[in-house]
Design a protein around this ligand. Structure first.
Ligand SMILES: NC(=O)c1ccc[n+]([C@@H]2O[C@H](COP(=O)([O-])OP(=O)(O)OC[C@H]3O[C@@H](n4cnc5c(N)ncnc54)[C@H](O)[C@@H]3O)[C@@H](O)[C@H]2O)c1
Length: 343
């Protein structure tokens, strides 16, 4: 039985990846601060939760680990701008540190789930050979992390970087701050779909089930095909322009709920626009995305209708970090002798 250490395991992608790995017969060491709670991962005999900050991970955590999937991050642009220093420390420094310790401890494979946002703004469709153009702290930290882990690749340590498209779809730790997920929620709740101006920007998308399938395939792929390699993760079908994507999601939700949904524009024009080529991952891993925006949006509507999914502060990443920081101060001021009323 092989062991996979997953960082950021209690997050949006981790909460789908971890059960998938367990169902495939892996043992999982799930490392996370659990900012979004431990309840997003169900108990399992082959699952060990390790509550730790990846900036302080110790060598012994990597004992008997075969593979590392390093999902940890401050995971979006607005959070990256607000918590700039922490974003550099976690998204860049801690991931390079984790890869170094993993190599030293004899881990065989290290996978870095990075982001296509590294492409920033591009006039033409880009593949993995394109010059990057990271426009935000989040994207710049990802780029540095890629460079910092790639140079560790050798015959004994296989390093692979996934540049994921923007992810969508239902996960136990749900993120409604992601484009399709937020559009779907707005359309379902208010019959108005929020759409970021000006709608012409290109943005590739990938379903959370599809990107986690690729992570599993990378654990099994021949080393010679993936070592030191970079893969864009997504599909031509899900290379959307945000305007038409919004219309499509509005229609998908309207079809489900039997009511009209309007598009409501917001924000200043978004300067990030990138259309991406995904042939390399499709050919190398003989993989194709199974999901598209319509399927993902309608699946989310099902979860909203059944009550399995509800919007709360935790589903908006930046709001939740702000909330934790606010309450940290309040609790520190109120606490005496290790408690509030009970001491
Ligand atoms: N979701 C997307 O659209 C998307 C797209 C491209 C790339 N990615 C990348 O995939 C990865 C996972 O993203 P996600 O959407 O699951 O994000 P997420 O915010 O849901 O998950 C990140 C997890 O990391 C944990 N964490 C944060 N700082 C930590 C620290 N210092 N130590 C330990 N744990 C810590 C959080 O508690 C959280 O559970 C990230 O690296 C992100 O940049 C995500």
């Amino acid at each position: 039985m092989k062991t996979v250490l997953v960082t950021g395991a209690g997050g949006y992608i981790g909460s789908v990846l971890v059960p998938k790995l367990l169902s495939k017969g892996y043992k999982v060491k799930a490392v996370d601060r659990y900012f979004f709670g431990e309840d997003k991962l169900d108990k399992h005999e082959n699952l060990v939760l390790i509550q730790e900050d990846t900036r302080r991970l110790k060598e012994e955590v990597f004992a008997n680990v075969d593979f590392v999937i390093d999902l940890v991050a401050i995971s979006n642009d607005p959070s990256g701008e607000l918590f700039e220093e922490a974003t550099w420390q976690i998204n860049h420094v801690s991931r390079v540190r984790t890869a170094n310790i993993a190599k030293k401890m004899g881990v065989k494979r290290y996978i870095l789930p990075s982001s296509c946002s590294i492409y920033g703004f591009q006039d033409e469709q880009v593949d993995e050979t394109a010059t990057t153009n990271p426009l935000t702290v989040y994207a710049k930290a990802n780029e540095k992390a890629e460079a910092g882990v790639f140079c560790l690749a050798d015959d004994s340590f296989c390093v692979t970087v996934m540049r994921q498209s923007t992810v969508f779809g239902y996960a136990p730790r749900m993120r409604l701050d992601l484009a399709i997920n937020g559009m779907t929620y707005g359309a379902w709740k208010t019959k108005k779909l929020p759409l970021m101006r000006d709608g012409k920007q290109y943005r590739p998308m990938v379903h959370v089930q599809d990107t986690t399938d690729v992570m599993c395939l990378l654990l099994e792929a021949e080393t010679s095909k993936i070592n030191g390699e970079l893969f864009n993760i997504g599909s031509a079908e899900n290379n959307y322009q945000l305007g038409p994507l919004g219309e499509m999601v509005a229609k998908a939700v309207a079809e489900k709920i039997g009511e009209d949904v309007e598009v409501e524009w917001y924000g200043d024009p978004d300067h990030r626009s990138y259309s991406v080529n995904f042939e390399k991952v499709e050919k190398t891993l003989n993989w194709k995305a199974k999901w598209n925006a319509k399927m993902g949006a309608q699946d989310i509507v099902d979860k909203l209708e059944s009550g399995e999914l509800q919007k709360n502060t935790q589903t908006i990443t930046l709001d939740w970090y702000n909330e934790l920081i606010k309450w940290h101060k309040i609790i520190k001021n109120a606490e005496m002798y290790g408690g509030i009323l009970d001491i």
